[in-house]
Design a protein around this ligand. Structure first.
Ligand code: ZN
Length: 613
């Protein structure tokens, strides 16, 4: 049987009243040129502004400082632009379409801004697209122009912006339903490596920019597919329906680097080349570097649900001109940090022993800093803008990470719910309830975030108990989560093997050439009590030279006993100072966890083989 040919669906151009054209103006000078046409500018004079921060990275970055020149015209005649504040302009009233042209300096090799050279171009909309005040909800169109330079002949485009008049991976025009969507699809252009896999039917691309000899794309696809399918099934156990039509892992490989930023249908990643798998290796084991990369991918992918759709009320909608405060980052970043590693176990990529090794690292990093006794994770979340994102040498003594302590809170809540409900409920049920009530329909109309009170009420509901004391102590308070006690009923032994007999100054050593510069001095430690400060350059310990090699300091210390007095000479700026330190036992925690053999379980619950996995 023959079917009548279907009338070819023609992508209908939205009545975009806002059209951007972005082109590489100068690869060597790292300049994008952006032309913005506003068909119907505001009668009183159109106001335009660039965001001060990018969602997912909670720091004021003032992207407008990279606009190096800007001009406007209407009907071929110049239009005056008045500066209103550091990121806003107002055009003089004009009769007809307003065209604004501006050049953006793009030389920030991070996932947060824009970068352009002969090797590739990358941008977030927050760095390059001025918003048109009053028309943020209207459709936006973007023309991405291929650079004319011969070096760019083979360049392609990777983005999850929906195509308007462009082929997949091609230059041309793309569209967004509104400004919020426009800035949530970063764009990578270059001669990148590309592979595609499907996760529960949804195409996922992995794009890798940067020279990576013998990159094992097949392995990447296989392992990422396992992670993605596990997470899709986690949030939608019945339908296995992903929340997006397609997804892109946009990766920049460099000599040394690490970071990721989540978006609704993609993530921008930066990683060390050595962390990516190579076809030159025949082994199947996952090395530490590749594990770190997979953990990063798992983290950003989990954000597709947790923070890109389930959002704190403060981010619905985002207010991008100034700080946007929420006390809930311990949930949005901490829970994501808890599940990122857990998903690697559930996806079958690592075993329980490897998981507990990762968990041990997190516990030790939380316990290392006394800042955890001064700042709660709720406060750490709220103050992310001025503290977590602006850490100085005193950070270990002053703040707690809502990532790491937040992930331990997730574990503690998971164990508590499992205990209280006899294993019938878990943190998974909380995440699924958050998804169903706040996340699933976020872009389909509800667009409502969750408040701190609603989060707490949900924990009461799922656990069947009043969780306020837990929130007061560990989330709004600064108590350490009692992991040893909580893990015991699940047959997991928690032990701390810190070396009390190892002499220590309790510092983190930095290196300045071959000099030993104190990066951080822990409060209450031997160096602090002796009067040493971060920034001091250690010259000698007991009359012997200290070098920048940490092993050298350890070797010098090891010749003394805990409790011994040692003379220390150090430069502060250019002045030589002398100190007397009383050496302490090592205060670096050495927590490890392991599943006890069956039969040695402590008590209580029927022991599942994998208690929280
Ligand atoms: Zn995150």
């Amino acid at each position: 049987m023959k079917k009548a040919p279907l009338k070819k669906a023609v992508a209908k151009a939205p009545a975009a009243g806002i059209v951007y054209t972005i082109a590489a103006l100068d690869l060597a000078g790292h300049l994008f040129r952006v032309s913005l046409t506003v068909k119907q500018p505001a009668a009183i004079g159109q106001i335009l502004s660039l965001p001060a921060w990018i969602p997912g990275s909670y720091m004021i970055r003032e992207f407008s400082r990279n606009i190096v020149s800007i001009r406007a015209e209407c009907g071929g005649k110049p239009v005056a632009l008045a500066k209103l504040d550091k990121h806003s302009w107002q055009a003089a009233p004009c009769d007809g379409a307003l065209v604004v042209e501006y050049d953006v300096y793009a030389w920030d090799l991070s996932v947060r801004a824009a970068h352009l050279d002969q090797q590739h171009g990358f941008f977030n909309g927050t760095s390059v697209f001025l918003s048109v005040l009053g028309q943020e909800s209207a459709p936006h169109e973007v023309n991405i122009v291929q650079p004319q330079d011969a070096a760019c002949k083979h360049w392609r485009v990777a983005t999850t912006l929906p195509e308007l008049k462009a082929k997949r991976y091609g230059f041309g025009s793309y569209q967004a339903a509104n400004y919020d969507e426009l800035i949530d699809h970063p764009v990578e252009m270059g001669d990148f490596a590309l592979a595609t896999f499907k996760a529960h039917g949804v195409p996922h691309d992995i794009v890798v920019t940067g020279k990576v000899p013998n990159l094992d794309l097949d392995r990447l696809c296989r392992d990422l597919k396992a992670i993605c399918e596990t997470q899709i099934a986690f949030f939608e156990p019945k339908s296995k329906k992903a929340p997006m039509d397609r997804y892109v892992f946009m990766t920049m490989a460099v000599g040394d680097g690490y970071g990721g930023l989540e978006h609704r249908a993609s993530t921008a990643l930066i990683c060390a080349r050595a962390d990516l798998p190579t076809t030159a290796s025949t082994g199947t084991e996952i090395g530490d570097g590749y594990l770190k990369f997979l953990g990063l991918c798992s983290h950003e992918y989990f954000h597709t649900w947790n923070v890109k759709r389930i959002k704190p009320a403060a981010f619905a909608p985002y207010q991008l001109q100034a700080e946007s405060y929420t006390p809930l980052l311990w949930l949005f970043e901490g829970f994501t940090s808890y599940y990122d590693d857990l998903m690697l176990v559930r996806a079958g990529l690592i075993d329980e022993a490897a998981y507990f090794k990762l968990l041990g690292k997190t516990v030790n990093s939380v316990l290392r800093g006394s800042g955890r006794t001064k700042q709660s994770v709720a406060d750490s979340s709220f103050d992310a803008w001025g503290k977590y994102y602006r850490q100085d040498e005193n950070a270990p003594n002053a703040i707690v990470s809502y990532y790491t302590k937040g992930s331990l809170i997730a574990l503690a809540l998971d164990l508590t719910i499992r205990s209280k409900t006899g294993g019938a409920q878990s943190l998974d049920d909380v995440m699924q309830a958050l998804w169903q009530r706040y996340g699933r329909d976020f872009y389909q109309g509800t667009a409502r975030g969750v408040t701190p009170a609603e989060v707490e009420a949900l924990f009461d509901e799922i656990s069947g108990t009043r969780m306020k004391p837990f929130f007061e102590r560990y989330i709004r308070g600064t108590d350490d989560v009692p992991l040893a006690r909580l893990l015991a009923p699940f047959g997991v032994k928690y032990s701390d093997a810190r070396k009390a007999e190892k002499p220590s100054l309790d510092v983190n050593l930095g290196r300045d050439g071959n000099d030993a510069k104190l990066a951080q001095v822990h409060q209450g430690g031997a160096a602090h009590q002796a009067g040493l400060s971060a920034g001091d350059v250690l010259v000698a310990l007991d009359g012997l030279r200290v070098t920048g090699n940490p092993a050298n300091l350890d070797a010098l210390l090891s010749r003394h006993a805990v409790g011994a007095e040692v003379a220390i000479h150090a430069f502060r700026r250019d002045e030589l100072l002398s100190f007397t330190a009383v050496l302490q036992g090592d205060r670096v925690p050495g927590v490890s966890m392991a599943i006890l053999p069956v039969g040695k379980k402590s008590s209580g619950l029927p022991r599942p083989t994998a208690p929280v996995l």
